[in-house]
Design a protein around this ligand. Structure first.
Ligand code: ADP
Length: 468
């Protein structure tokens, strides 16, 4: 195997003959033996064009204007015949049936090596190796027209491996595969890479490709490099609406910062709300309504508010605007960092109630020191202490152990005392108003003694006495 990179791409720009602008521009990277590179990006970003430039179809079969350089095994693709490149670079097309040429599986596997004049004994040996490595023993006796999409894919890869390429290029290899077959394919890819083959996988189902543990990611947008580097950095910059990424990335993206001014930057409230939808090319005819409903949802439907610079709003209003901005993207999940900070109790409560009413939100995660807010609005609470989860349960479950609660630097509030006193054994923790109403109603139903107790408690709560 050659020392140095298997593939070098230097300032590569290519414009198809009849096109008005380049399909890829100024792309540079190199690939070492054993490296797996994931190429991701929305459709039309230039992924297939890059593949064609790597396997030599550009410039040998596609006409256009090429600048920069692509070299495989140290040799510029412009200088090497396609036939010789085919030995170095194995390509598996998006639709593998298109590349099957023979009528039986074994003839298909023999096709490439036969064309290259590889001796029969050598070929038999390769065939046995490849069939085992790619797990297609059960297909060897079949004809190619009987294969399922997934099996055709396996065969196409096995066919490419028969030439022992230094570089394997896979164009959306998961498109035809069920999850189990996809898993097997990615294991095979990882195994090949561990054995020294360099692999380029083009795939927008990024989440699924992670199984093959790509060493680096090249993320293309509109023909240019948006990101080139290790996976974690990619997950920070990728737009989760354009490529399929793990749920944790979505979670991270609907995050509303604790300090709203960190996420407000547009010249006015309207532009702030439309920043995301515009970037995602959402239909502009719905923008007026989107601004109105987003503002109404976060209780900011005041005259002229749309044209004000966001940072001239009060802190609490900025906080609500920050959430309006997140909602304008119609997320399924919202993450709120200290939602009640800087808001008075009434706006904080009204705000949480608004959030609970939002259509299409499947889950809300919030981080807070405000125990009453957590207890009255969460279904489930993770109690944190020194970086660990001290308790995980319903509100009434997590407050059942007083010592643990105090050990987490929390206090028992009057509302908690009242809930503990009046609602022990019940399922749900009630907010102050709800509990007061419940107590008043219960007192109508109960005997004299409890009534006076109830009214004492109600009075205590109204006076805002905190439990000690
Ligand atoms: P992707 O594979 O990421 O979907 P492509 O490389 O197919 O992207 O396309 C990149 C750009 O090049 C697109 O604007 C596409 O229309 C254009 N393009 C692709 N193939 C050709 C071609 N054979 N002739 C002219 N333009 C093309």
């Amino acid at each position: 195997m050659a020392a140095g990179p298997v593939l070098e791409v230097e300032s590569l720009t290519f414009q198809y003959r009849r096109a008005t602008e380049p399909a890829i521009r100024d792309i540079s990277f190199s690939l070492e033996p054993g490296e797996v590179l994931l190429v991701a990006g929305p459709s039309g970003c230039g992924k297939s064009t890059l593949i064609r430039a790597i396997n030599g179809l550009i410039p040998h079969s596609y006409r256009g204007e090429l600048s920069g350089r692509v070299a495989v095994d140290g040799r510029a693709t412009t200088e090497v015949r396609l036939r010789d490149l085919a030995v170095l670079v194995g390509t598996v097309l998006q639709d593998p049936r298109k590349q099957l040429v023979a009528s039986t599986v074994s003839a298909e596997l023999a096709f490439g090596p036969e064309n290259l004049g590889i001796p029969r004994t050598e070929m038999r040996q390769r065939l046995a190796e490849v069939v085992t490595a790619s797990g297609i023993e059960h297909l060897v006796e079949r004809t190619t027209d009987q294969l399922s999409g997934g099996e055709a894919q396996q065969l196409a890869i096995a066919g490419a491996l028969m030439l022992r390429p230094q570089l394997l290029v896979l164009d959306e290899p998961l498109a035809n595969l069920d999850p189990a077959a996809a898993y097997r394919l990615l294991e095979l890819v990882r195994g090949l890479a561990d054995g020294g083959t360099a692999v380029v996988i083009v795939e927008h189902r990024v989440e699924d490709v992670l199984e093959a543990r790509p060493d680096r990611v090249l993320y293309l947008e509109e023909g240019g490099t948006r990101y080139l580097g290790p996976l974690p950095g990619f997950l920070d910059v990728v737009d989760p609406n354009l490529v399929k990424v793990p749920f944790s990335v979505h979670l991270a993206r609907a995050h509303v910062f604790q300090n709203p001014s960190q996420m407000l930057f547009a010249p006015n409230v309207r532009d702030e709300i439309l920043f995301g939808p515009r970037n995602l090319d959402r239909d502009a005819s719905g923008f007026d309504e989107l601004v109105t409903t987003s503002l109404a949802r976060v209780n900011l439907a005041e005259p002229e508010v749309e044209s004000r610079p966001p940072l001239t709003l009060s802190y609490g209003q900025q906080k609500r605007l920050a959430i309006g901005v997140a909602l304008a993207l119609k997320p399924r999940t919202l993450v709120l960092d200290e939602p009640s900070a800087g808001q008075d109790h009434r706006s904080a409560t009204a705000f949480m109630q608004e959030i609970e009413r939002i259509d299409g939100l499947e889950s809300v995660y919030f981080v807070t020191h405000d125990a009453d807010l957590a207890l009255t609005h969460a279904d489930r609470i993770l109690l944190m202490r020194d970086g660990r989860i001290a308790a995980d349960g319903t509100p009434l479950e997590v407050i059942a152990d007083r010592e643990r609660w105090i050990a987490c630097n929390l206090r028992f509030t009057s509302l908690m005392e009242a809930n503990a006193r009046w609602r022990s054994g019940s399922e749900r923790f009630l907010g102050a108003q709800e509990l007061a109403a419940w107590v008043a109603e219960a007192s109508g139903r109960t005997e004299e003694g409890r009534v006076s107790q109830a009214s004492n408690w109600t009075r205590d709560m109204e006076e805002g006495l905190e439990g000690t």
